[in-house]
Design a protein around this ligand. Structure first.
Ligand code: HDE
Length: 692
């Protein structure tokens, strides 16, 4: 599409206040209506006379207002708040033995992708950092059609059967009579439902772990959750579970930090992704598969078709098959991030579904919801949804048909058009011919799905002590928001079965007068071997790559020290933000001006991975009386981060009640501070807050 350009400036039009508005001059495109009619005045509607009524005839005004009135579309019923980026996937290890899918067999080929990450419960205008599962959906535009890997950052789910999904979502969303709480699971209806659904216990352990409060979307893992099938050229099937892991390592926040981030920046995660990509720190993930046969599946002490179960990687190892990178921010949020439509049923030939009843329900749900969300059946024509390979079908008409199909033939078979599309047994998608076990129809839950506690126990006992304390504290926090006492007790009854110590800790944290009777498991609970791979803290990478360090400066700050810190941080491939009491920046000791990225009071330290402060004595004296400055350091310390504090900064630490430990460095000890900034000082935590 080309735009019309004017070659000579026209006289300006007059705005309401009498100000003059520039018209299109050399180079500027001419503004038009949607019909392409050039607009002469975009400031004033058409009036009957000076100070008279507006005329219905004003098609420019009517079109503009009408379009505006319809700018919003229904938000996603779940995963409404998200952010996305373009990128590419590259295969490093062929799965030719297992599948015909070219995307999994053509090593080295770059496949374009679009990935969207989301919270689940909150609305589109809610916040980025609540305790919640994160959605992680990837559309791979393969040469055999779109493959959507529609996953989460947690490998299991709350329920076993799609029949329960509307109940789950109604329970977690804001309560219908009062319209709150927004983006929070800490309320009665959610915990009431969960307390009556023992199958949720494993997922609850994950949701109460630090996985649900990630530091960055660049540091979350992704899981396809269900078992899928790979089908090879012999028609043989192998089960597969997909996992993807951030190359920056997995990293979470502490709860106080997540809560404060919510106040500091509603858009923290999307801004972080945007700024990282813009700064050239394109995040990347490695894609892994767990492959297993029907016989191996049959030998497991749990049912792999049950989406509340994992197969620990110590039992079936992960094989790395490639990686993907997100390196391009969308041009337009609405056109791409909002209108993208993922569906787990979109798979190329060579990938197929398992009988997981949750997956089976999802295969229906996504297309159905998109028909209403995107207004009709032609949403596949929206650029972000359209395949990038050739496509040909006989679907026609419908709302918002933007293509102009030629010819008489829109049916198959036909003899009239040699170019009309035909099915292909050789290239087409084929479902695995699974032998049927029986011909009976029934609404049953298989007995093999009955064990709801063993893997919840496995997850809890696999965690480090500090992570167990975080989980117990998260449960106490959430259940303390529940106003109905019997719901709190019912939850403790389940926790006592998962791990009696966990149940007792939470009961104590809630101040229960007496322990309730433990819940009655339907089948005996198994003591499965722990899986250390499920921890986060041990697996956090000691790196500063892609992270963000703030340096507080003021007029008179030691220029040499600031420069040395900046240089060392950038050498670690991290980002630096200069913070000053005023957004105008500061004049350093060498007389040179340094620009500020943010004002101290507007950039709480929760936003950074570590903080340094190089300020003169006068500034330390002044800031030690400033609550924003005190909070800045108190929070950085409380969130277990490294602090580089000069002599003057110690005045603020003192005023903030911070007792320096080995995580507080002299800013001249650049190497020490950089090493500290790569980690968190977990030993500090028990000295700062009461954990359950
Ligand atoms: Fe979804 N889910 N889901 N889900 N889901 C949607 O589709 C649904 C489930 C996931 O960024 C909806 O277009 C059912 C598991 C992601 O656009 C809807 C069930 C997993 C996204 C829907 C599940 C997911 C969605 C809402 C149980 C992880 C956001 C808007 C049977 C494996 C995709 C839409 C994006 C979105 C239905 C459970 C992941 C309503 C019925 C398990 C990442 O169709």
């Amino acid at each position: 599409m080309t735009t019309r350009k004017t070659t000579s400036s026209a006289a300006p039009t007059q705005g309401a206040g009498g100000e003059l508005h520039e018209q299109a001059g050399d180079g500027h495109p001419v503004m038009t209506t949607q019909q392409g009619i050039p607009v002469s005045d975009n400031q004033n509607s058409l009036r009957a006379f000076n100070r008279g009524p507006t005329l219905l005839e004003d098609f420019v005004l009517r079109e503009k207002i009408t379009h505006f009135d319809h700018e919003r579309i229904p938000e996603r019923i779940v995963h409404a708040r998200g952010t996305a980026a373009h990128g590419y996937f590259e295969l490093s290890h062929s799965l030719k033995k297992y599948t015909t899918a070219k995307v999994l067999t053509e090593v080295g080929k770059k496949v374009p992708i679009f990935a969207r990450m989301s919270t689940v419960a909150g609305g589109a205008g809610s916040v980025d950092t609540p305790r919640d599962v994160r959605g992680f959906a990837i559309k791979l535009y393969t040469e055999e059609g779109n493959w959507d890997l529609v996953g989460n950052n947690i490998p299991v789910f709350f329920i076993q059967d799609a029949m329960k999904f509307p109940d789950l979502v109604h329970a977690v969303k804001m309560e219908p009579d009062r319209g709150f709480p927004q983006a929070a699971s800490a309320h009665d209806t959610f915990w009431d439902f969960i307390s009556l659904m023992p199958e949720s216990m494993h997922m609850i352990m994950w949701a109460m772990s630090d996985r649900a409060i990630p530091r960055s979307l660049r540091t979350i893992e992704g899981f396809g959750v269900h078992s899928f099938r790979l089908i090879n050229d012999q028609g043989e099937s192998t089960f597969v579970k997909f996992h993807w892991r951030p190359q920056l390592g997995i990293q979470s926040t502490v709860w106080d930090e997540a809560a404060k981030l919510q106040a500091a920046d509603n858009d923290f995660h999307r801004r972080d992704l945007f700024e990282a990509i813009e700064a050239g720190h394109a995040p990347a993930w490695d894609l892994f598969v767990q492959l297993f046969t029907q016989e191996e599946a049959d030998a497991l002490p749990y049912d792999h078709l049950d989406p509340t179960k994992i197969i620990p990687e110590e039992v079936i190892p992960l094989t790395k098959i490639g990686s993907f990178t997100l390196d391009r921010w969308p041009d337009n949020f609405f056109a791409e991030t909002e209108q993208v439509a993922f569906c787990p049923a979109n798979v190329p030939p060579g990938i197929d579904f398992s009988n997981d009843p949750l997956l089976q329900g999802r295969l229906f749900s996504y297309l159905d919801t998109q028909l209403s969300r995107l207004g009709g059946p032609n949403f596949t024509q929206i650029p972000v949804n359209a395949p990038k390979c050739p496509f040909a079908h006989t679907q026609r008409d419908g709302h918002m048909q933007t293509q102009v199909p030629k010819g008489r033939v829109a049916y198959e078979p036909s003899s009239l058009d040699p170019n009309s599309p035909r099915e292909s047994r050789a290239q087409g998608f084929r479902s695995f011919a699974q032998p049927s076990e029986a011909d009976a129809k029934s609404r049953i839950r298989p007995e093999s799905f009955a064990d709801h506690y063993s893997q919840a126990r496995l997850f809890y006992t696999s965690q480090s002590e500090i992570e167990q304390a975080h989980m117990a504290s998260a449960l106490v926090f959430e259940l303390s928001k529940v106003q109905t006492p019997h719901v709190r007790e019912a939850m403790v009854a389940h926790l006592l079965v998962i791990d009696s110590d966990l149940g007792k800790r939470v009961a104590k944290g809630l101040g229960l007068a007496a322990l309730p009777k433990p819940a009655k498991p339907a089948v005996p609970v198994q003591d499965l071997p722990p899986s250390p791979a499920l921890r986060i803290i041990d697996r956090m990478k000691p790196t500063l790559e892609g992270r963000c360090v703030a340096i507080l400066v003021d007029d008179g700050s030691n220029a040499e020290n600031v420069a040395a810190l900046q240089k060392a941080i950038l050498a670690e491939k991290a980002m630096v933000k200069i913070i000053a009491p005023k957004i105008g920046g500061a004049t350093l000791s060498d007389g040179k001006h340094i620009a500020a990225d943010a004002q101290l009071a507007g950039a709480p330290s929760a936003q950074f991975d570590a903080v340094a402060s190089v300020i003169p004595m006068a500034s330390g004296e002044m800031l030690s009386k400033d609550s924003a400055a005190q909070d800045w350091f108190r929070d950085a310390f409380g969130h277990l981060k490294a602090i580089a504090a000069c002599k003057a900064t110690h005045l603020i630490l003192d005023a903030a009640g911070v007792k320096p430990d080995e995580g507080v460095f002299d800013p001249k000890d650049v190497a020490g501070f950089i090493a500290g900034a790569k980690t968190r000082f977990w030993e500090r935590e028990p000295t700062l807050r009461t954990l359950a």
